[in-house]
Structure formats: C-alpha cells, structure tokens
Ligand binder design. Structure first.
Ligand SMILES: O=c1ccn([C@@H]2O[C@H](COP(=O)(O)OP(=O)(O)O[C@H]3O[C@H](CO)[C@@H](O)[C@H](O)[C@H]3O)[C@@H](O)[C@H]2O)c(=O)[nH]1
Ligand SMILES: [Mn+2]
Length: 743
C-alpha cells in the first residue's frame, strides 16, 4: 500500500499562470486601438460617412478588447489530487448523474448508451451513484437500448474495474484497429477482452436492428407497451427503473432510471432546462444525492476518475462558497486537428476559460458539470435556513406539491455541509409513483422551478443563465482540468449543423441580457463581480457583434466601389497604426495557438470561422432574438445532430445546404469580389481616393470567405446551392447600386 499522504497536503491547488508578456502585448494592442480611435476622431471632419462608421465599429472592437484583456488577466493552472482523496476518505458522498437526450434520430441511442456505460463504470463506489436518463424523444428504441445496455453493464463494469481500463465507453475502447487485445497482457485478460468485444458487438447489432425496424413492427413485450403509438409531444410521463442496485453493493452496477417527462402541446416544455428540472426532482424523490453531475447524451466520461476529481474540490474547499459547481471544459473527440469548423473551442477554454476561473469561476457549460444540489435549490452561500422556510406551506408554494419531494428538499436545505448523510435509504423502485407525479407537466405551475431555482427558463442557453444566477448569489465555481480530459463529446461536423448551433447559442445568449437575472442586474444588485460580468458580456454580445462585423466587412468594398478612402495612404506615417494592429493582433493570436500546441492551420481556420460565424450565424441569432424579444415568436431549441461515425473520408470539408443562413456570407463575398473588379476597372483613372490598404482589406475579406468561394464553384453538398447564389448575387448587385447612388 502507498504511504498515507500527510493530511496537510491539499486535495486541489490553484496556481496562477505567469502571463506577464501576454499582458504586455494585450495592453500594447489596446494602446494601438486607442490611437486608431484618436486618429479617426481627429480626421473625422475631412471624411465621409464611411469614416464615422469605421469609428463606430472600431470603438466596439476596442470595447470587446478591453473585456478580453480583463478576462484573460489572471489565468489559473488548477490541479486536483484524487489519490490523496482516496487515501484520506472512507465515506464518499452520493452523486446523481443525469444524461439528457431528445431525439433518437439526431442523437443515435448507441451514443447515449455509451455515455451511460462510461458513467456506470466510473471509479467510485457504485452504491453512491445513480444514473438518470431523460428522453425527450419518448423513444422506444432509446429505452430498449438502455435496457440492453444495463445487461451488458453487468459484465462491462466489473471488467473495467478489474483491469483498470482507461477508456470506459466501449465504442471508443473497441474502436480503431484494436481487433485483438494487447499481446503483452495476461491470457485471462485476453479471453475476457474477446468476450467483452463480442458482447458489445451483439449489443450494437440489437440496437441497430431496433433502430432500423419501424417502431410498430417491434414486438417488444409487456414493459414496452407504453411506448406503442406514442406521440413524443403529447404523452404522460414514463418512468422506469431499468436497474436497481438493490443490495447496495459498492462494486456492483449503479441504479439506472429512464425518464420521459410528461409533454402536452399546451404546456411549454422549456427544452433542456425543463428536462433537467424533472431529472432534479425525480432524483430528489429517489436518491436525493447532494451532488449532481449533468452531461449531454454525447459526452462520455473519458477519464474514469472524474467523480473523484470533482470531489477533490467539493471536499477539499475550505469554504464551500468557493465551489458551487465544478465544471470540466467541453472537449470533443475525433475532431480534426485543423478544426475546420472552428467549433472545438480549445483556445476559448485555454485562455478565456482559465481567465474566468481566476475571477469568479468558469461558466456552467451545460455538460460535464457537477452541481451542489442545494445551490440548484436556490441557496446562497452560508444561508441560514429559518424554520419558517422549512414549513410545509412555504415549501409547497415554492417547490411544488409532493410530500416526498418536500421532505427531500427540506433535508437538502437544512443539511448544511453534512453531505454524507443525505443519501436516501428508501428503495428506488418504491418511488416510481411519486416520480410520475413530480415529472408531470403541471407540477411546476405556480412554483419557483425555472424562475427562482433549478435550471432557469427563458433562453435556449439555460446553462449560461443558470451559471450567472449562481455567481450573482456570491458563489464561485471551480474549473477542473484533469489529464486525460474528463469528458469528450461530439462537435458538429457539417457546415449547416455548426451554423445552427452557433445561431441557437447567439440567440439564447442575447436573450439573457434582457432577462431579469442578467449579469448587469447581477452586478448592480447582486454579488456578481464586475470583471465576471464583463466576461459574461463577452459571450452574451455575440449576436450584437454581427452588426459591426458585417459593416466592417462591407466598408473596404464600399470604398472601392465609391472611390473613397478608409485608411491612410501607404506612405503616410499614420498608416503605421492600422498596419501594426493587424500584424501584432494576428501574430499574437497565432502565438496563443502555438503555446497551446495547436497547429497553425487551426489558428487560420478559427480566424476564418469566427468571422464567418459572426457574419452569418450570429446575424441570424440577432434576428431571431429580436423577434423573440418583440414577442413575435418563441425561440426553439434545434437539437444538434450527433455523428456516430466520423471516419468518412471527406469529414472536414465545409458543407452547405439551402438554408438562408448562407445568404449573408455569400452576399458579402460577392460584394467584395465585385468591388475588386470595379476597383480594377478604375485603377488607371485619375483621382483615385483609395489605396493599397483598402485593396488588402477587400482581399482579406475574400480570403476569410475562401470556403464560400470554393462553395461557389463546387457541386453537391460542398457547393452553395444555386438559389442561394442567385439571391446573394441579386442582393450584392442591389448593394453596389445603392452605394453608387448614395455615395
Ligand atoms: O428539448 C430538448 C432539447 C435538448 N435536450 C438535450 O440537451 C442537450 C444539448 O443539446 P445539443 O443539441 O447537443 O446542443 P449543444 O449546442 O451541443 O449543447 C450545448 O449548449 C446547450 C445550450 O445551448 C447546453 O444546454 C448544452 O449542455 C451544451 O452542451 C442534449 O443532450 C439534448 O438531448 C433535451 O433534453 N431536450
Ligand atoms: Mn451537443
């Protein structure tokens, strides 16, 4: 046995990065930006409208840069020591693990099954874990797959623990070329490995078969009857205990519960937030663990010690206020290193994520996050619960009418920091009836769910809003970066899905600004720190950015078309300001990738994609958020398609479809191309106002939209559909014409 570590050693440490040089460069860029603004301001009277617009856009970019400098100022290097925890602690707190899925087609059940298996097999006493799957698709295939998976789990979980398997999601473990077990392993292991691989193959086949057959044709006996001819948008709640760890053995398989909450057309279901609140309540009446883990159906546990890592924070924190939730960054598997869609967010986590963690803590990212139940129930740090607040009447009004739920809420609220005791001892299956009650859609009516506690409603980015509200009450959150990474999910791998996701995010984030729990209100009236508020604004303003980015991408073209200027001439000394901003900003951005061991292509692709996202998807986000805020329509949660198999050879090449989301990008590209053409025609004329600066800017825009340029010429899914090209062409011509009239 390893020697016991002295109890004085901490369970986690948070050091700060030495980033003096980066700070210096960031401040220097800020100085240059201010110089540019000053230059614009003093020369405003000699120039036309385009100069004013440039000043406005550049003021906005400067404002964003201030936010970035502030957010990146103190970046953390967190470290957790699960080994010390194991040596020191004998009784572990319970954890309820939630998995949400919504659509068996966009989210193939096999993916959900793998996530569930990886969670059931984590290194943690099985009798302290329970896994709850919420299925908003009310799909018989998903349910059937989970039933089959639970049978497989009885072999898989012991196998993983016995041989300390590093990767516990079977589709990853058995993927690639591993057709035979490692040769240097014991004979016994090799045999078991083969058996597991066979069993997993059978599981896949069963799920495959169930997915391809028409649901009616499936002849599922008894248990499956409730699913027959079900309408996923209109059905009573279905709750099934698939597996119960009845003897409460610590090396068995944790409980597995299937939940499809009640849905009625006349009741808003609040998408993922609604699903999460049902999970919280159902688990409240069943196991009522003091901690809750939540993952999306595609985010499997990549590191079997995830729960231990999270516990290092929860149990190691001197003051529980420092740790309302523990967030692991959202990372993705099978992503191309060059990140063609710019959606792997690695650099975002690497600098902004670590930077926020140096203020009040990371965002709640919706997946890969451990929460304290009492924080989700609305408590503030060091809240003293008065007995009045535990009276039935008060609780009923606030948390809903279920005696059993109220008892469990009361236990959680009054539990203080005693987190070992709260675990329910009642059997899980005896609570199914009450679970139906708390899973019904009328249950929340008139209560505080989604308004004052739980996951908050009112935006499709419920995660960020909920996190803001937690930080506004004075809690901090913790960022945990174990190696290997804790969770891996799948990032959208086609142009359209990526755009839809960006649009949904930017819409939802913008709506938060107008919510009663917005970060501005949180800072003015709550305990949200100013710099944390600024960091939140950085993402909440995504869709607003589109306006300025669109203007800025049009301005150089405007100059070429109307023979006007935006930048100093190449031989003027003031040209140094924009040139050095351009060069230093880009080199600095590149250095961030190099320091994070990312390839240069990833930097280039991310540069391009952040402009493309801003100009296309975020613009649509701005539109749909505005429509929603004007009360003209509701935003809907469009679920992202998860790809099971990313091995198709052309994965990574940008794809298009006939969505209008591709119109603005194509228009801007065509506009800049026409501007170059017009500029070429005018080139020899006298009195040319524009110079090399404007030409380079136009070329830069064309370069940013290179994928679109290729899309103009390509066919099939790699090409921009002809109607989109025609619409964009007409729009571009119209704009050129307008420019020429109003110059
Ligand atoms: O009505 C719904 C809609 C979605 N989901 C689930 O929500 C999760 C996230 O949906 P997804 O389509 O994968 O969205 P992403 O944009 O990939 O999700 C990110 O962004 C969301 C906020 O927009 C967060 O909720 C997620 O946790 C975060 O991973 C998935 O497990 C879905 O099954 C539901 O349970 N019910
Ligand atoms: Mn997702």
């Amino acid at each position: 046995m390893a020697p016991k570590t002295p109890p004085s050693l901490p369970l986690y440490e948070v050091k700060y990065r030495n980033n003096i040089i980066s700070r210096g460069i960031e401040l220097f860029i800020l100085f240059l930006l201010f110089s540019l603004l000053a230059y614009r301001f003093f020369y405003l009277k000699y120039h036309g409208f385009q100069w004013l617009l440039a000043l406005i856009c550049e003021s906005w970019f400067t404002f964003l840069w201030i936010i970035i400098v502030s957010t990146k100022w103190s970046q953390v290097e967190p470290k957790t020591y699960p080994q010390r925890l194991l040596e020191r602690i004998s009784a572990f707190p319970a954890v309820d693990m939630f998995v949400t899925t919504a659509d068996p087609v966009l989210e193939p059940p096999l993916i959900t099954v793998n996530t569930v298996l990886s969670l059931l097999a984590v290194d943690y006493p099985a009798n302290k874990l329970a896994c709850y799957v919420s299925d908003d698709g009310a799909s018989i295939v998903t349910y059937y797959s989970l039933v089959e998976a639970s049978k497989f789990a009885k072999h898989w979980v012991p196998f993983c623990k016995k041989y300390n398997i590093a990767l516990r999601a079977p589709f990853r473990y058995f993927s690639g070329n591993s057709s035979s077990p490692p040769q240097d392993s014991s004979l016994e292991f090799q045999q078991e490995w083969k058996r597991m691989k066979d069993e997993y193959k059978q599981l896949c086949e069963k799920i495959e078969e169930a997915s391809t057959q028409e649901p009616e044709a499936c002849d599922f006996p008894g248990d499956f009857a409730v699913f027959s001819s079900i309408d996923p948008k209109n059905h009573p709640s279905i709750i099934k205990v698939i597996w119960e760890n009845k003897e409460s053995v610590d090396d068995g398989v944790p409980h597995l519960v299937y939940i499809s909450r009640e849905k009625r057309p006349q009741h808003p279901h609040h998408a993922k937030a609604g699903a999460m609140n049902v999970l919280i309540r159902v688990s409240g009446v069943m196991t009522n663990a003091p901690f809750m883990l939540n993952v999306d159906c595609d985010m499997y546990a990549h590191n079997p010690q995830v729960v231990l890592h999270a516990m290092c924070y929860f149990l190691g924190a001197k003051d529980e206020k420092d740790c309302a939730f523990v967030q692991f960054p959202q990372l993705f598997y099978d992503g191309l290193k060059e990140d063609p869609y710019g959606n792997q967010l690695k650099i975002l986590h690497e600098y902004l994520g670590r930077g926020m963690s140096g203020i009040q803590g990371p965002f709640y990212q919706g997946s890969g996050c451990f929460h304290r139940r009492k924080v989700i129930y609305g408590l503030s740090p060091h809240d003293k619960i008065t007995s009045g607040e535990l009276q039935d009447e008060y609780l009923q009004k606030t948390y809903g009418k279920s005696q059993k739920l109220l008892a469990s809420v009361a236990k959680t609220l009054s539990g203080g920091s005693n987190i070992i005791e709260q675990f329910n001892s009642v059997s899980v299956s005896s609570s199914v009836e009450i679970a139906h009650q708390v899973g019904s859609c009328g249950f929340e009516f008139g209560t505080g769910w989604g308004q004052k506690f739980g996951l908050l409603y009112g935006t499709p980015t419920e995660d960020i809003l909920t996190g803001i509200y937690i930080h506004s009450r004075g809690w901090k959150s913790a960022y945990c970066l174990p190696d290997p990474p804790a969770f891996l999910g799948c990032a959208p791998s086609t142009g359209p899905t990526s755009m839809i996701q960006q649009k949904r995010w930017s819409t939802g984030l913008f709506e938060i600004l107008f919510h009663s729990k917005s970060p501005i209100i949180g800072t003015l009236f709550g305990k949200l720190q100013l710099r944390q508020c600024m960091a939140y604004l950085h993402v909440l303003l995504w869709s607003m950015r589109s306006i300025f980015e669109v203007c800025y991408a049009i301005l150089p073209a405007y100059c070429l078309i109307t023979n006007s200027s935006l930048l100093p001439k190449i031989n003027e000394s003031s040209m140094l300001i924009p040139t050095s901003i351009f060069i230093i900003y880009n080199l600095y951005g590149l250095s961030e990738y190099v320091r994070a061991n990312e390839p240069i292509e990833a930097w280039l692709n991310n540069q391009k994609m952040s402009r493309i996202n801003a100009i296309t998807a975020w613009l649509f986000g701005f539109g749909s958020a505005t429509i929603k805020l004007l009360g003209l329509s509701e935003t809907i949660f469009e679920v992202t398609k998860k790809d099971q198999d990313d091995t198709n050879s052309d994965f990574g090449r940008f794809t298009f479809d006939d969505s209008p989301i591709f119109v603005p990008g194509t228009t801007i590209l065509l506009l800049n191309l026409s501007a170059m053409f017009i500029g070429l025609l005018d080139f020899k004329k006298e009195n040319i106002e524009w110079g090399l600066g404007e030409v380079i800017c136009t070329m830069w825009v064309v370069f940013i939209f290179w994928t679109f340029l290729k899309g103009l010429l390509a066919k099939g899914k790699y090409g921009i559909p002809t109607p989109t090209i025609l619409k964009s062409g007409a729009l571009a011509l119209l704009i050129v014409h307008l420019f020429q009239i109003y110059q």
